[in-house]
Design a binder for this molecule. Structure first.
Ligand code: AHG
Ligand code: MN
Ligand code: MN
Ligand code: MN
Length: 356
């Protein structure tokens, strides 16, 4: 009897997480990660579908209510919708997740009153949302912290946390070095989930034929040096003199590599970081005279992306300290960020050190 020679069944994200849990010594924790990733990937598949059909289902543009988030940004319809999709998906993750902090929520919220609370999730539900109406790449960024038990909510009314819990959370927010998992889903020419649980970085591409993320980029490592720099140069006049000299040297070839670099800037952090992971180079949103803390948010943009980049062999700095060492003082705190290939970032740090 001739068996159909089924191709080796694809290594899906779900199967990958199961395999990691089975092979790991800390299988209970990785089973928790498996449950969380099942919810997060479900949400990202839904957001991918909403983003790709935005023009068809009238989901482009701003919230009709004209709502503004705590960052002072006018919310896009898809900012709010993506946030809701994530909150609903995370109600069903096995009850280990208690609280989420999101760019689109003023304060951290309880995911589920019944949750036992072992983990805190942080999210940028839709990164690069200013690009949505032009059909340009966007993404979802997430990070998972093991919860400090001292913040178990003592009282919850309808998902809102009581003040004691909120102030406890604000006082016990953890640096990026405490992340147990981080990743992003990029909605672009392909939909890619890139993830680390602390043992390297793996990339999965959504196969629309089977509706599963399949392993396409195992063990992602960032090249030690690239030939691309990625900054919003409109802010160049306001940057510090060392950074201005460094970028000028990249343009002229007067740098350690001897090469003149090219510039690529998409304006969606997820897409710019993904390209940097794939091709190498340096990405940044540095401090400038107008924004002494830069623009990107520490908890749900800088920290998860820095964890990924370091796990891929790269570096991530504020310009004066390692991003993963910075202890947040506020949920929506901004932080200067420069990340990418280790040789590129180190060359800039050496210039700062020489000028001290
Ligand atoms: P978000 O859409 O989540 O608010 O993030 C936007 C961020 C980030 O995606 C990107 O790197 C940066 O804003 C671009 O800022 P500029 O347009 O000022 O360059
Ligand atoms: Mn925003
Ligand atoms: Mn963002
Ligand atoms: Mn966002």
């Amino acid at each position: 009897q001739q068996f159909v020679d089924m191709e080796e069944s694809p290594m899906t994200l779900t199967r990958f997480m199961i395999q990691e849990a089975v092979e790991s010594l800390d299988s209970e924790h990785l089973q928790d990660m498996q449950n969380l990733m099942a919810s997060i990937q479900m949400a990202c598949k839904k957001i991918s579908s909403l983003v790709s059909r935005a023009g068809i289902s009238n989901l482009t543009g701003y919230e009709d209510s004209g709502s503004v988030n705590i960052q002072g940004e006018e919310q896009k319809k898809l900012d709010v919708l993506s946030n809701d999709v994530l909150k609903h998906a995370l109600k069903w993750q096995g009850g280990k997740l208690g609280i989420i902090a999101s760019e689109e929520e003023d304060e951290p919220v309880m995911v589920d009153e019944m949750a036992s609370g072992n983990y805190i999730a942080v999210f940028d539900p839709l990164d690069g949302s200013s690009n949505i109406d032009a059909g340009i790449a966007t993404g979802t960024i997430f990070g998972i912290f093991a919860e400090s038990s001292s913040c178990l909510p003592s009282d919850v009314d309808g998902g809102d946390l009581d003040d004691a819990t909120l102030s406890c959370l604000a006082n016990t927010m953890q640096p990026g070095s405490s992340l147990v998992a981080a990743g992003y889903c990029m909605y672009s020419s392909s939909c890619m989930m890139v993830l680390t649980t602390g043992d390297g970085v793996n990339g999965f591409t959504l196969d629309p034929q089977i509706g599963e993320f399949v392993l396409t980029h195992p063990k992602i490592t960032i090249p030690s040096r690239g030939k691309i720099y990625s900054f919003n140069e409109a802010n160049e006049p306001a940057w510090d003199p060392v950074l201005r000299e460094y970028i000028s040297n990249l343009k002229t070839g007067n740098n350690q590599s001897g090469n003149a670099y090219s510039s690529r800037y998409i304006g969606s952090m997820v897409a710019d970081v993904h390209r940097t992971l794939m091709y190498g180079g340096i990405f940044g949103y540095p401090a400038d005279k107008k924004n002494p803390n830069g623009k990107l948010r520490l908890l749900y943009e800088c920290a998860p992306m820095s964890f990924l980049v370091e796990q891929a062999g790269g570096m991530s700095t504020t310009g004066s300290e390692r991003v993963l060492d910075v202890i947040p003082k506020a949920v929506h705190q901004r932080l200067p960020l420069i990340l990418g290939s280790s040789d590129d970032v180190q060359e800039l740090l050496d210039m700062y050190a020489a000028k001290k």
